[in-house]
Structures are given as structure tokens and as C-alpha cells.
Ligand binder design. Structure first.
Ligand SMILES: [Zn+2]
Length: 361
């Protein structure tokens, strides 16, 4: 099923603007914006130009409707569903659609040749998410022990991973299978996640891509179990979590560095594997809360970055001799927006340059 949506709507929602906000920025009335979005009036050149400027896009993009192949959004999971507004949800969906349009544009003339196959493995009676994770590790020949480069592994199976700011911390990522099997699956990850959350999120999303074709109530819990097992198989980590006590943060910190998982995720893992009791698990939660570690915890995990999109851009530059403007055109973006999204490293709390403040006497 293919739905049609005005590009104006998509670009507006991706910025989190109402029609009134866009109207103000483009110096026209909300009524006109509304008519433009429903196709009730034609663009005239001057209006087109003003809208393109307000939305920082190419005027020609606005004249097309975006054919939205009702992308299967396997994980538009809302950790804080009750607090996430409709406009935020629409924003994330719009960013997902626009990213797919750009990536598919950039892939023009390129066929991805993944080293691994990403197949669906269904959850069945007798084959739960942990078994699926073990099966995938086996099919992909993942060596035992921690996975050093998780994003690289996922990308080697043909998943295009893109970091994007979602303008909210309520959503970690969105993964989509395309309707057209010739197109790659895509994982859009919130650029503002900490390095440890990032790894767990990517493993969680991988679980969705592998296990879930249709939304089911149990999907978030299943994806979490999958992620835990994929990152730290029970057979390997159980012994290291045996006898853990609620004051043993030193041990958790060491395991965090070793396995690339947050202490919170390790505690959950210990609980799932029953190496700690329900009481200990609750006590841990209280302690984490008191320490303020539920939102941000200490301890370093090496930050991973995707590389496939950079390689696609390099290939287009060298094989087709494309300029930045040509590439931006393929991506359906202005050159400035293209540079900001695809050529600059995404600015995150971790990469933002430190300011230096000299303290003299
Ligand atoms: Zn999810």
C-alpha cells in the first residue's frame, strides 16, 4: 500500500511545527498552508520559494508528493508513551520517512552487497527471543564473548544505520523494513543516546527487525530479552554475575567496560538469569535512583558510529564524480542541509568540543 503525502506536511512535521508556525515563518496564512498541504491550491513560484526557504529544502522537492510506501515501522516504541505528544510522534515518523527518501536517493546506482544475511526468525513456542538471539549469533558466526563493533556487525548484514536527533529523549530508535525487498532495512537511532544505551538500543532494534513483522504487545519485552542475550549470552555471562551483591558496583563497572553494557542493563540481565533475587533487584533500583544513575551512569563504553552511509557517499563521489550539490540533489536536500546531516559528524554530548576556561589568580 502506498500513501501519498505532501512533502510540505512531511518537512513541516519533521521540524515539529504546526501549520501556524510554518505560516509565520513563510509569511503566509495558515489557511494557505492548509490548502497547499491538501493540494487544494497550486504552488505559484513566489510561494514555492518562500516555503522552500522556511523549510530549508529544494523548491522542486515541494512540488512532488512523497509516495510513502507505508513503511513498516517495527519499533516506534514509546518508552514514555503517556508523555509523548502526538506532534512528537508525527515528528519521529516524518524524520524516518525523510531519512529513507534521502538514503534511497543516495543509493542511486549502487547495490549493497552485505556479507551477512538478515533473515526473519520467528518467535515460536519453544523458540523464545533468547533462542532467536543465539540462533542469529550462530548464523552470523559471531565469536563468543563481547561484540566489539555491534553497529559494524549490523551494517554487514545490509542494515543502513543513521543517527538523527529526534528532538526528544522519549524515543531511542526506529527500525524499518522496506516494502520493496530491493531496498535495505534501516535503523534510525537517536543521536543523543549515551554510548552504552546506544549499543543496547541497536541490539534491541536488531531484535525487532529479525523477530517482528507485525506489531504485537510483547514486542518490547521480546526485543529487550533478545538484546540482552545477543550482547551477553547467558552461558558466558552467568558465571560473571553469580553471587553479585547490591554493593558490588566495582564489579558491575568492570563488566560494563568488558561487555559494553550499562550497569542498569547488567543488573536486569542478572535478574533475568536469576543470579540476583527480586528483592536484590528492587534494592538495586533504589540505589541507582539515589545515585542519580538511572538517567546517566558513570563508566565508559567505547562509542560506536555507523559507516555505511559515509561509504555510499565516498563511492558516489569517486565512481560518479558527484559534487556535494549533486549528492544533496540525490538526497533531496539543500546542500547546506545535506552537509549538516551527512558530512558533519553528528554533534552529541560526547563529541561537542569542550570549552576551555582559564582560571587565573
Ligand atoms: Zn522497541
Amino acid at each position: 500500500m502506498v500513501g501519498m503525502q505532501s512533502m510540505v506536511t512531511l518537512l513541516r512535521e519533521a521540524r515539529g511545527w504546526t501549520q501556524t508556525e510554518l505560516a509565520e515563518r513563510a509569511a503566509m496564512s495558515q489557511a494557505v498552508i492548509s490548502k497547499v498541504e491538501t493540494g487544494a491550491i497550486e504552488f505559484h513560484p513566489e510561494r514555492l520559494q518562500r516555503l522552500a526557504e522556511a523549510l530549508d529544502c529544494r523548491p522542486e522537492s515541494l512540488e512532488q508528493n512523497a509516495a510513502l510506501p507505508s513503511i513498516e515501522i517495527t519499533c516506534l516504541h514509546r518508552r514514555r508513551a503517556s508523555t509523548m505528544s502526538v506532534s512528537t510522534m508525527k515528528r519521529i515518523e516524518a524524520v524516518t520517512h525523510l531519512s529513507r527518501i534521502s538514503i534511497e536517493g543516495l543509493l542511486d546506482g549502487i547495490e549493497l552487497a552485505p556479507a551477512r544475511t538478515l533473515e526473519r526468525i520467528e518467535v515460536l513456542p519453544g523458540r523464545g527471543p533468547a533462542e532467536v538471539a543465539r540462533e542469529l549469533r550462530h548464523r552470523w558466526n559471531v565469536p563468543s564473548g563481547p561484540i566489539a563493533n555491534l553497529i559494524g556487525l549490523v551494517e554487514s548484514a545490509g542494515v543502513v544505520v543513521v543517527f538523527r536527533s529526534f528532538g526528544t529523549t522519549g524515543q531511542d530508535a526506529v527500525s524499518t523494513w522496506p516494502q520493496d525487498s530491493q531496498r535495505p532495512p534501516m535503523m534510525l537511532v537517536n543521536a543523543d543516546l549515551s554510548a552504552d544505551r546506544l549499543r543496547f538500543t541497536v541490539a534491541h532494534e536488531l531484535g525487532h527487525l529479525v523477530m517482528h513483522a507485525l506489531p504485537v504487545d510483547s514486542q518490547e519485552a521480546e526485543a529487550n530479552v533478545f538484546a540482552g542475550e545477543f550482547l551477553a549470552p547467558a552461558d558466558e555471562i552467568r558465571a560473571e554475575l553469580e553471587g553479585l551483591t547490591t554493593s558490588d558496583f566495582r564489579r558491575l563497572m568492570a563488566l560494563k567496560g568488558q561487555w559494553g553494557m550499562s550497569m542498569a542493563a547488567l543488573i536486569r540481565r542478572a535478574h533475568d538469569l536469576e543470579t540476583i533475587s527480586d528483592r536484590q533487584y528492587r534494592e538495586f533500583q533504589v540505589r541507582l535512583g539515589k545515585l542519580g544513575w538511572r538517567t546517566s551512569e558513570p563508566g565508559d563504553v567505547a562509542r560506536e558510529n555507523p559507516s555505511v552511509v559515509d561509504k555510499i557517499i565516498e563511492l558516489q563521489r569517486h565512481e560518479h564524480d558527484y559534487s556535494d550539490d549533486d549528492l544533496a540533489r540525490l538526497a533531496g536536500m539543500t546542500e547546506a542541509a545535506f552537509r549538516r546531516h551527512y558530512l558533519a559528524a553528528p554533534e552529541t554530548a560526547a563529541t561537542r568540543p569542550q570549552l576551555r576556561l582559564a582560571l587565573d589568580e
